[in-house]
Ligand binder design. Structure first.
Ligand SMILES: O=P(O)(O)OC[C@H]1O[C@H](O)[C@H](O)[C@@H](O)[C@@H]1O
Length: 477
């Protein structure tokens, strides 16, 4: 077997590959990494989401870390990924282990390592951890592997287990970057859908602190996620939409299973996609809060951010897909906002980790200060900067077709696409072609799923469809 840290940690099916034995190997590799980095005396935070057996996997992780003499900082409750990252900063820890399979189906679990800078691990770190993992997998084959473990009561006796409760400090930190008084003064009616996940209670507590009552649905632990995937996308958030329409609330806020991503629904039931959320937020930060700074986006994210930045004389940083790259940009204080099309964002002054709770509260702030629906603000932005429509297609291919498509992609360099001249070709992640009229197409293999993603942004729906058609045909997708 192999254990690979994909775009965002190692995820696998429980009982099949995500077993205690394999988890011990990954945690032992993380312990070695932390020791090698010379940070072991700072201790490691352990966070876990609401999945089945989460506490037991967390306990086993603690046994391995403390078996290596590394102190653990653990909460008695589940923690969202951004709160686990926050705890690293707050308690000055060496990093964190987050046990989560994010929005994957219920049978999955996963683990990611968040280093001391409180954002996603960069590839050089995960590569190092993976190399330790591989060494140990080989040793296990040869029956020469022993992993030290200390039972929790023993570790407690030795002072290696520290109980933490970062909830209140995290909400305080949110107050530094979100305008709680504007939210409180708005009187908005909000419905929250934490999707049975680790984010339960956080948005509700923040709204309450601001002086608003939010109504929540799916706000109890269900390791089966009500029979759906804890993915805050338009097609999944039907209950939230129904609740909004039935109660006449102003805004619906949703989180994924570990609360690092968001989903936003307007009063009329329209889904505000992450590209639109980023557009709204960047525009708001510049015009309403008079902030200035760079914006970081992935290759797959809307160029509306470029249009807004260009008018304001601001720089755009374009990165490969993966919040690790956005987080890296956000570690520079010159960066005001970082985000990606798949639903991750953070801002200056907050964590360099994607935070769905922050994103949701910022959308309430935008809605509160503008005093109009998000769809109206978007229409105004379109009137000023022009219209851009974007869509991502997830294209399944047969395993035997993958290599051929990758080859075709490597040499994909058309002069025109759907009648528009190609003005630039970019290959930092897959291949992206930029067209004369400001449209673009990007094709890349996903790092988390066995499929190709085709991202198109165009000036109209018709153009979008024409570009999709052209690219699919050219690459045999
Ligand atoms: O498009 P993929 O490679 O499958 O990645 C999709 C997403 O996966 C994870 O959620 C990462 O945290 C994101 O940063 C990334 O955008």
């Amino acid at each position: 077997m192999t254990i690979k840290f994909g775009t965002d940690g190692w995820r696998a099916i429980m009982a099949e590959e995500f077993t205690f034995a394999n988890l011990e190997i990954v945690v032992q590799a993380i312990a070695r990494y932390v020791q090698e980095a010379g940070l072991a005396d700072r201790g490691v935070v352990i966070g876990y989401d609401n999945r089945f057996f989460a506490e037991k996997f967390a306990e086993r992780s603690a046994e391995v870390l403390t078996g290596n003499g590394i102190a653990v900082l653990m909460s008695k409750k589940t923690l969202p990924t951004p709160v686990t990252a926050f705890a690293i900063q707050h308690y000055k820890a060496a990093g964190a282990i987050m046990l989560t399979a994010s929005h994957n189906p219920p049978e999955y679990n996963g683990i990611k390592f968040i280093p001391e800078y409180a954002g996603p691990a960069m590839p050089e770190i995960t590569d190092r951890i993976e190399s330790f993992v591989n060494e140990m997998l080989a040793m296990r084959e040869q029956k020469s592997l022993t992993i030290p473990r200390l039972r929790v009561p023993k570790a407690q006796e030795q002072g290696l287990v520290r109980s933490i409760e970062p909830h209140d400090a995290y909400i305080e930190a949110l107050k530094q970057v979100v305008d709680f008084s504007a939210i409180g003064a708005s009187g908005l009616k909000i419905v929250v859908d934490p999707m049975w996940g680790a984010g339960i209670g956080y948005i509700e507590a923040s709204l309450k602190e601001a002086g608003l009552e939010g109504k929540a649905i799916h706000d109890y632990r269900d390791p089966l996620f009500g029979g759906i995937m804890p993915e805050p996308s338009a097609s999944v958030l039907t209950a939230l939409k129904e609740e909004l329409l039935a109660t006449g609330a102003d805004l619906g806020l949703a989180l994924d299973g570990d609360a690092d991503r968001f989903g936003i629904i307007e009063a009329d039931g329209s889904y505000i996609n992450p590209n639109q959320v980023l557009t709204l937020l960047f525009h708001h930060l510049l015009t309403r809060k008079e902030e200035r700074g760079k914006v970081a986006r992935t290759v797959a994210t809307t160029h509306m951010l470029d249009r807004i930045a260009s008018k304001a004389g601001l720089e755009v940083e374009e990165t490969p897909v993966g919040f690790k790259y956005i987080g890296q940009s956000l570690r520079d204080p010159a960066c005001l906002l970082g985000g990606e099309e798949s639903g991750g964002l953070s801002i200056r002054g907050h964590l360099p980790e994607k935070d769905g709770i922050l994103a949701c509260l910022l959308m309430v702030e935008v809605r509160a200060i503008a005093q109009k629906p998000l769809t109206e603000i978007l229409a105004e932005i379109s009137a000023e900067y022009g219209t851009l429509v974007s869509e991502r297609l997830d294209l399944h291919t047969l395993p035997e077709e993958k290599a051929t498509i990758l080859e075709a992609l490597k040499s994909y360099n058309p002069a025109t696409v759907a009648g528009q001249k190609v003005v630039k070709r970019l290959a930092i992640d897959g291949v992206k072609v930029l067209l004369e009229d400001g449209s673009y197409a990007l094709v890349r293999p996903s790092g988390t799923e066995p499929l190709f993603r085709l991202y198109v942004e165009a000036n109209s729906e018709e153009e979008l469809k024409a570009i999709q058609q052209d690219v699919k045909q050219a690459l045999g997708l």
